[in-house]
Design a protein around this ligand. Structure first.
Ligand code: AMP
Length: 311
């Protein structure tokens, strides 16, 4: 039996965390695992903690634990590359810490790790953990995990989508949940997001190499009534344009610095993100910039990166 399952069996109380600013894979892997453990171990107390992101409330809800510490509990963190991004600092107070993730293992935290950067999503990993070890899935767990896989693969578009991803998704699709309703929900946005997308397309600067950038200032966010987390809905938009290979969206924060959301179709960009207080996947990274000069540096680095990639 794998050590992870041994630990799960050994603890009566388990708390599951995921990263801050959750996306569908963060929530899907966290809540999928919670549901699988509740279903297979009904005598245990299994909780999921973190901020309830309103725009993703249709996926599921957190538990709210009043406990000051998680002493005596097993803590599992899904989909989170580094400790700074773990939502809810109480993860540090548990008895034993397990990391389950599909990002590059740059910060190998935890007492035990299951890290597979070849997996499309943490949700794919959790689904296969259950399938491979004879754990039963409820229809609800299948829905969570399917949402996570769809979220992180851009509905099976990105190259991290493997035959195994599709096979896993097919097995999940055999459960009973409203798949079309879920997909519709994930594919829909408010009219204000559509208008912001219009702003992005109107204001994209595209270099001769195929690198694009746009700045979303605090003033624009105010004008379009958009929160920082809602900018996730427009991050993939530049990728629809044929001429664009890599892109960066600079989202100005209240303190004046920029959250940089970087994406690429083929050339890896995570090393550039690491140079600017960030990191992430080869083709989907995030960083922080502290001036317009640094924004320009990032844009130039993306251009140079694409030139050397094409050689
Ligand atoms: P985002 O543009 O925020 O959706 O981020 C894309 C990916 O980059 C996420 O899945 C994270 O893995 C990673 N990421 C974002 N921000 C950071 C950061 N500050 N440090 C490390 N990784 C990050």
């Amino acid at each position: 039996m794998p050590e992870m399952l041994q630990k799960i069996i050994a603890y009566d109380e388990i708390v599951i965390h995921r990263h801050k600013n959750p996306d569908p894979d963060a929530l899907g892997s966290q809540l999928g695992l919670r549901d699988i453990l509740r279903y297979n171990f009904p005598d245990k107390t299994i909780s999921a903690v973190g901020y309830d992101e309103p725009s993703l409330a249709f996926i599921g809800q957190m538990d709210h634990l009043p406990d000051e510490t998680f002493k005596g509990k097993l803590v599992i963190v899904t989909d989170t590359a580094n400790t700074a991004r773990i939502d809810d600092d109480r993860y540090q107070t548990g008895d034993f810490l397990i990391k389950i993730d599909h990002h590059p293992n740059d910060d190998p935290y935890g007492d035990l790790r299951d890290v597979d950067p070849t997996a499309s999503s943490a949700s794919e990993m959790i689904a296969n953990f259950a399938f491979e070890h004879g754990l039963q899935l409820s229809d609800t767990a299948a829905r969570f995990l399917y949402a996570g896989i769809v979220g992180d693969t851009g509905r099976f578009l990105y190259p991290a989508t493997t035959a195994k991803t599709l096979y896993t998704a097919a097995k999940l699709a055999a459960y009973h949940f409203d798949r079309t309703g879920l997909m519709r929900e994930m594919d829909s946005f408010d009219i204000k997001i559509a208008r912001l997308q219009g702003y992005v397309y109107e204001n994209l600067e595209i270099s001769s190499e195929g690198v694009a950038r746009v700045v979303i200032s605090q003033a624009i966010m105010k004008a379009y009534q958009i929160s920082d987390s809602e900018t996730s809905a427009i991050v993939s938009a530049p990728g629809k344009i044929k001429a664009i290979q890599s892109w960066a969206i600079f989202v100005e924060q209240a303190d004046g610095h920029y959250r940089v959301r970087m994406r690429s179709k083929q050339a890896p960009i995570n090393e550039i993100a690491k140079l600017h207080a960030g990191g992430g996947h080869p083709l989907a990274s995030g960083a922080n910039s502290y001036s317009t000069e640094e924004n320009n540096d990032i844009f130039q680095q993306l251009r140079n990166n694409l030139v050397s990639f094409k050689k």
